[in-house]
Write a protein that binds this ligand. Structure first.
Ligand code: ZN
Length: 107
């Protein structure tokens, strides 16, 4: 899996680590590091200083992690799958689930 096949808004399944088996939406992609930030995955505690809006304290925030730990989620297979690219007749590139051959839509 390369990051060119994953983008912001994609649903992914976590394959390794403490959040193994969970699914979430990609909030941010960092192509130069091959890392992503996924909603509610890899939460890390951060100390926040109080400011005018917040009291401060410990907040949980998503930390980035390497893309090798996730697979794109196929809505039909309902699991993390390998994808391949397919060029449509109109020149548009889509991602195809290698299990069920369905086009994986991006939200
Ligand atoms: Zn599928």
């Amino acid at each position: 899996m390369s990051l060119s096949r994953l983008k912001k808004g994609d649903m992914v399944k976590v394959l390794a680590g403490k959040d193994k088996g969970k699914t979430g939406k990609i909030l941010k992609a960092i192509p130069e590091k091959d890392r992503i930030v996924v909603e509610k995955i890899n939460l890390v505690k951060k100390h926040k200083r109080p400011d005018q809006k917040n009291k401060g304290g410990i907040v949980e925030k998503e930390g980035s992690f390497h893309i090798s730990k996730v697979a794109l989620l196929c809505g039909k297979c309902n699991t993390g799958v390998r994808v391949r690219s397919k060029l449509l007749e109109d020149g548009k590139k889509v991602r195809i689930c290698s299990k069920c051959n369905e086009v994986i839509n991006v939200g």
